[in-house]
Ligand binder design. Structure first.
Ligand code: 8YV
Length: 328
């Protein structure tokens, strides 16, 4: 019997490709250059499954040209690149890669928070530019992390990881807002108190965004929300571009409406709003919160496991729309 055909949309670990080749006829992109959407669609025409990353959009238009497609396995926990309703309607299963990246991503959230609050990159640029000539009592004075109020918007697994780090590691007072309140045991473990979104904005010294992107969360943080924040506050986005109105944020940073921001994700990335590139009080990183080799390997392996389970008649590990499986 011939093997199912799968497409691997981005360059990934050779050992993961080798494993997939045991089960599938594999076409993979091993170039640094991403395929355009048109190239991706052309290659999906005869494929039974696809291995995607969070940046490959799978929607009705793509599904219409890929009649054999049965599964899209995302090497990402976020899956806003999938139109899940269109996939379910077409009988296509989506899977994501949760859990394996939680602690690594929470580590990075904290790294970005600390770099932002303590002005690590801004001061390094100053030093590298040869501008450090004397001591000054207020040179790159930042804001404290220990004992400060840590606000978390979106209290899923990664949000909880950041809360634990803040509460247990740095003695921070942790407050959060989420669609639903955590059960009491989890709240106690995270030492986190539930507050309204307005209170979160008004009282956080450091506000970390970890909520999923959807049309409903588009521009959750815009000019009005930034105006509610303390002028000494920092804002950290490790969630998705689009949750923050980047133009409004750049203006707020320039006007000192808030003190600083740390951003790992951007609207329209890999393009970055030009105004963000010219304000000094922002730390910018290229969507690397999950980027350690062990974690990226675990994410890729989980996406591969989902493909293998699906085509060998087993239950995929992390299905997003299991109704598709029930109807088979
Ligand atoms: C990925 C991410 O690196 O898991 C996610 O949702 O944002 C990142 O960990 C990115 O989406 C590539 O797949």
């Amino acid at each position: 019997m011939s093997k199912p055909k799968i497409l691997i949309a981005r360059a990934i670990f050779p050992e993961v490709i080798a494993r997939l080749e045991q089960y599938f006829e594999v076409e993979s992109n091993q170039n640094d250059e991403s395929w355009s959407r048109a190239q991706l669609m052309e290659r999906l025409k005869d494929k039974d499954g696809v291995f995607t990353t969070g940046t490959d959009r799978i929607d009705g238009e793509v599904l219409a040209v890929a009649p054999r497609l049965k599964i899209c396995a995302n090497m990402a926990v976020g899956y806003n690149n999938f139109d899940i309703d269109a996939m379910t309607a077409a009988g296509v299963l989506g899977t994501n890669a949760p859990d394996v990246l939680t602690e690594t991503t929470a580590d990075f959230g904290f790294a970005l928070l600390m770099a932002t609050a303590r002005r690590v990159t801004e001061s390094e640029h100053y030093l590298r530019a040869g501008k450090w000539t004397r001591w000054s009592y207020d040179m790159f004075a930042g804001s404290d992390i220990h004992g400060a109020t840590l606000g978390i918007l979106g209290m899923g697994r990664i949000g909880q990881g950041i809360a634990r780090r803040g509460a247990h590691g740095f003695g921070m007072k942790v407050i959060y807002h989420n669609r639903s309140r955590l059960e009491a045991g989890l709240e106690a473990e995270c030492r986190a108190s539930y507050v309204s979104k307005d209170e979160l904005l008004k009282t956080s010294d450091h506000l970390v965004l970890v909520l999923p992107y959807s049309p409903a969360s588009h521009h959750t943080i815009g000019a009005a929300e930034l105006a509610l924040m303390k002028p000494t506050a920092t804002l950290i986005n490790i969630a998705r571009g689009g949750i923050v109105d980047d133009a409004a944020l750049a203006a707020a940073l320039r006007n000192k409406t808030i003190a600083a921001a740390g951003l790992d994700v951007f609207e329209g990335e890999p393009k970055v709003h030009p105004d963000l590139l010219t304000v000094p009080n922002v730390v910018l990183t290229p969507h690397i919160a999950s980027a350690t080799m062990p974690t990226r390997l675990a994410m890729a392996s989980l996406a591969a496991d989902n493909l293998i389970a699906f085509f060998t008649g087993k239950s995929p590990l992390t299905p997003l729309n299991p109704a598709v499986l029930a109807s088979k």
